[in-house]
Design a protein around this ligand. Structure first.
Ligand code: ZN
Length: 182
């Protein structure tokens, strides 16, 4: 496994529609391992292949739901690897949240997302999977799948004014770590 460089906003691969994966190769398996390691090292809660300059439809997401009660122990993180992910159902309800992106370092902005989505795709063994996600997990999937269509969260801001700079080392920068989705 190796940490790869995350490309940032000027890179054209971030603006292209990524290609569907027809056959999962050894190269894809290596890419998946590298994506997981790069996401964890960043740190982020998701990563899309175009962020590593690979124009193919593949995402990784790792997230633990908030415990139901404040005193409960933290829930275990769950790792999702999804090849050719597709949102097949989305709730009518939309929720606003503050997002950052590892490919747009130093900024956060407010975006409306579906509160819940159903994602279909393939796992790393090529088996069909279906994921029901709500809350922040649903937001992560929408953010990552947008990356596969060349869309960045800054295209979807509730207002231009909601985009704000976050200086490294400040308290808000600390929060940003949780908000930098991937
Ligand atoms: Zn992103």
């Amino acid at each position: 496994m190796a940490v790869r460089e995350i490309v940032v906003i000027e890179h054209p691969v971030l603006r292209r529609k990524a290609k569907k994966i027809v056959k999962i190769t050894a190269e894809h398996r290596k890419l998946i391992e590298d994506m997981i390691e790069t996401m964890r090292e960043a740190p982020g809660v998701g990563l899309a292949a175009p962020q590593l300059a690979v124009g193919e439809r593949l995402i990784v997401v790792e997230w633990a739901d908030e415990p139901e009660h404040e005193d409960d122990p933290p829930k275990k993180k769950k790792l999702y690897v999804v090849i050719n992910p597709e949102i097949v159902r989305a709730s009518e309800e939309m929720v606003q949240g503050t997002e950052g992106c590892l490919s747009v370092p130093g900024w956060v902005g407010d975006v409306l997302r579906h509160e819940a989505v159903t994602v279909r795709g393939l796992n790393r063994h090529g088996e069909k999977i279906k994921i029901e996600a709500d809350g922040w997990l649903a937001r992560i999937f929408q953010h990552e799948i947008d990356h596969l269509d060349g869309v960045l969260y800054i295209d979807k801001l509730v207002s231009k004014e909601s985009l704000r700079r976050v200086e490294a080392g400040t308290e808000e920068a600390g929060d940003l770590r949780a908000e930098a989705i991937g």
